[in-house]
Design a protein around this ligand. Structure first.
Ligand code: HAM
Length: 421
């Protein structure tokens, strides 16, 4: 779990600003749910035989009332819970998003943390492949807006539950026939969640996995039509993708389209964004059956990629300098400093007012070190005349006096060039 210190938080804030306008441009609305939910919600939504539920949840019993609670390991379950609880689908389909911390007790390493942050996007109440495609187009646009390269789209279809059941039967028979070659994890999964065997990263298992029955071969006409519908839009939009029949995802709620955006620039934790369709989840959580799809991206991973290979990586980390730093000495000057600072802020300028006293020289050093464009200097002399001195900090130029009334114009001229010239 990381502290994000101000030098780095600049990058986070810029990213968050961009995220908000990107989501607004597609008509998605913000949903904010609590960090805690009943443990049963996640067990039900994500699935008992998943890594998250088996070993990664921060769960505890609330000593005050005996409730079993869990720090959210992901956002989809909570979003669906809220949509069902507030009957939001009665008003028609919903395009929603959230952003915030998620918690998984994983083995920490580069790109994998126990508290990490996601931006999640959920479209609920839409059945067709058009919304799956919209979600993918959105992602592609965001990578573009961020100046990110080296991200590839992997796509698969998990079909319907009947199709998965047929495939599962064939898969289990196949895995049993080669049980002696399975590693310990896979042998256990053979009985709990055989599809996840295909997700194994163990090099010794790769040939066995490559030869396993493929789910795509078990898809019926309707599932294929949906999958092709998604791909048609991607082709029209010129978005490259790769079909990865082994892409199964680590959460149980998916059906039909699943996808991951991956990069080879971040080592082992290369999935920056992932999601898919989850048509059964709303009913599973107790709502009237309705289709849905969505995705979530890992902010830490995306920002790491941005710093590593983004087009304008350095710009993202540049602090935004203040317009003005106010330097002052003497009682009357100190009082005028407050009035001037508030007046400038009312006009929209950003202002740091020196606090804590000190000589003019030491205050000017602070002003310079702050990165501000302009120092406004007030001594008792100036204060008595209802004037201030203006000193540009980023150009070779002496200071001069202006009346308090003329100050905003002088600052505007310095920041944006002389008006009318
Ligand atoms: P997920 O694949 O578990 O899906 O997580 C989505 C993304 O969160 C990952 O691709 C990764 O970028 C990031 N992430 C996950 N775990 C960690 C971690 N320990 N440290 C850093 N980043 C991490 C979901 O969470 C689904 N709720 C996505 C979804 C939304 N599907 C439909 N709607």
């Amino acid at each position: 779990m990381n502290d994000i210190l101000p030098d780095e938080a600049v990058l986070w804030e810029r990213f968050e600003d961009l995220i908000r306008s990107w989501l607004a441009s597609y008509g998605y609305r913000n949903l904010r749910t609590p960090l805690l939910e009943h443990t049963a919600l996640f067990r039900r939504a994500i699935g008992e035989a998943t890594d998250i539920v088996e070993k990664e949840m921060y769960s505890f019993v609330d000593e005050l009332n005996g409730e079993h609670l869990t720090l959210r390991p992901e956002g989809t379950a909570a979003a669906v819970r809220a949509v069902v609880q507030h009957s939001m689908l009665y008003n028609g389909p919903q395009r929603l998003w959230y952003m915030g911390p998620m918690f998984r007790h994983e083995r920490p390493q580069k790109g994998r943390y126990r508290q990490f942050h996601q931006v999640g996007v959920e479209a609920l109440g839409f059945a067709g492949p058009d919304i799956d495609a919209e979600l993918l187009l959105m992602c592609a646009r965001l990578w573009d807006d961020l100046g990110l390269q080296h991200i590839r789209l992997q796509l698969n279809s998990l079909g319907s539950s009947e199709e998965r059941a047929k495939h599962r039967e064939a898969l289990v028979a196949y895995l049993k026939s080669r049980e002696s070659e399975l590693d310990e994890d896979s042998r256990r999964r053979l009985h709990t969640n055989p599809l996840r065997v295909l997700d194994s990263k163990n090099p010794a298992m790769q040939t066995l996995i490559a030869e396993a029955p493929k789910l795509l071969d078990y898809l019926g006409a309707e599932s294929m039509a949906h999958f092709e519908g998604v791909q048609r839009v991607l082709k029209d939009a010129g978005i490259e993708y790769e079909i990865n029949p082994r892409l199964v995802r680590g959460l149980d709620y998916y059906n039909l389209t699943v996808f991951e955006w991956v990069t080879d620039r971040l080592g082992a934790q290369g999935t920056v964004c992932a999601g898919g369709r989850y048509d059964g989840l709303i009913a599973e959580i107790g709502g009237k059956p309705a289709p849905a799809a969505g995705f979530a991206m890992g902010i830490e991973r995306l920002l790491a990629l941005l710093c590593e290979s983004g087009e304008n990586a350095a710009d993202w980390l540049q602090p935004t300098p203040q317009d003005v730093y106010i330097v002052h000495q003497g009682e009357q000057a100190g009082r005028l400093a407050f009035t001037v600072a508030e007046a400038l802020r009312s006009l929209g300028f950003t202002v740091t007012q020196h606090c804590g006293g000190g000589s003019f020289k030491s205050q000017m050093k602070k002003a310079d070190g702050s990165g501000a464009h302009i120092a406004v200097v007030i001594g008792d002399d100036e204060a008595a005349a209802h004037e201030v001195s203006v000193k540009p900090l980023r150009e070779e130029r002496g200071q001069w006096r202006v009346s308090v009334e003329q100050l905003p114009e002088a600052i505007t001229d310095l920041l944006y060039g002389e008006q009318g010239e």
